[in-house]
Design a protein around this ligand. Structure first.
Ligand code: IMP
Length: 207
């Protein structure tokens, strides 16, 4: 089993990453597992990719003998010139519901309701690094629906069904994050094949 450390304090992201990467032979460690506390870098990048790279590089500085990865994600709405984009989590003050309502308000009267969730991932270790993005295309609904999920799930519709109404399993089949994790697993397999995957957290502890 190969260890990779995920640069997040979000348990949901850890669970999702583990679901996909563990069966492929990659053990996803949390910041807590590796003793990194107070990891809250400011997400000042202009793109999801910038922010993912920024977080992964910063974590690698703290645990330089490990393999680390970070992700950044959000919603892009075509008619709103791709807003909220990298500002998804802080598009307006208040709760996720407030942010969904703001988007619905801004979308009033717009014919083009196309939107996409985007997830970028950056992987870094001493020997090798890569970054990638995955998209999940859909549209903005006309009202909030469903009790499941988080963030903009209640207003994001994919193939006629709102993310807020999907089970975790249904969402994982098509989500941007699942897409990015699957791509990442493929890249990692390639790195392993080339003999470039040399890091594991144990090495850090022993040195
Ligand atoms: P981050 O990747 O934790 O920075 O996520 C940024 C924000 O994007 C979240 O706070 C949510 O508002 C939004 N977001 C990202 N992924 C999803 C998703 O799968 N469903 C709903 N909202 C999401």
């Amino acid at each position: 089993m190969r260890d990779i450390v995920l640069a997040t304090n979000n348990q949901g992201k850890l669970d999702e990453a583990r679901k996909i990467l563990l069966p492929r032979g990659y053990n996803v460690l949390s910041l807590k597992d590796v003793g990194v506390i107070n990891f809250n870098p400011e997400e000042i990048g202009e793109t999801f990719l910038d922010n993912a790279v920024l977080k992964a590089k910063l974590l690698l500085q703290l645990i330089p003998n490990s393999c680390v990865f970070a992700d950044d994600s959000g919603l892009e709405v075509e008619a709103l010139e791709d807003r909220p984009g990298v500002r998804s989590a802080r598009y307006c003050e208040g709760t996720d519901t407030d942010r969904c309502e703001k988007i619905l308000e801004e979308m009033q009267g717009k014919e083009n309701r196309k939107a996409a969730f985007v997830c970028s991932v950056a992987f870094y270790c001493k020997q090798v690094s890569f970054a990638l993005s995955a998209r999940c295309e859909g549209e903005i609904g006309t009202e909030m629906k469903g009790e499941n999920g988080f963030g903009y799930d209640p207003i994001f519709v994919r193939n006629g069904k709102c993310f807020g109404e999907m089970t975790q399993q249904e969402k994982n089949k098509c989500s941007h994050r699942a897409g990015a994790m699957l791509q990442m697993a493929n890249y990692l397999d390639d790195i392993v094949k080339k003999g470039l995957f040399l890091g594991s957290f144990e090495r850090d502890v022993r040195q």
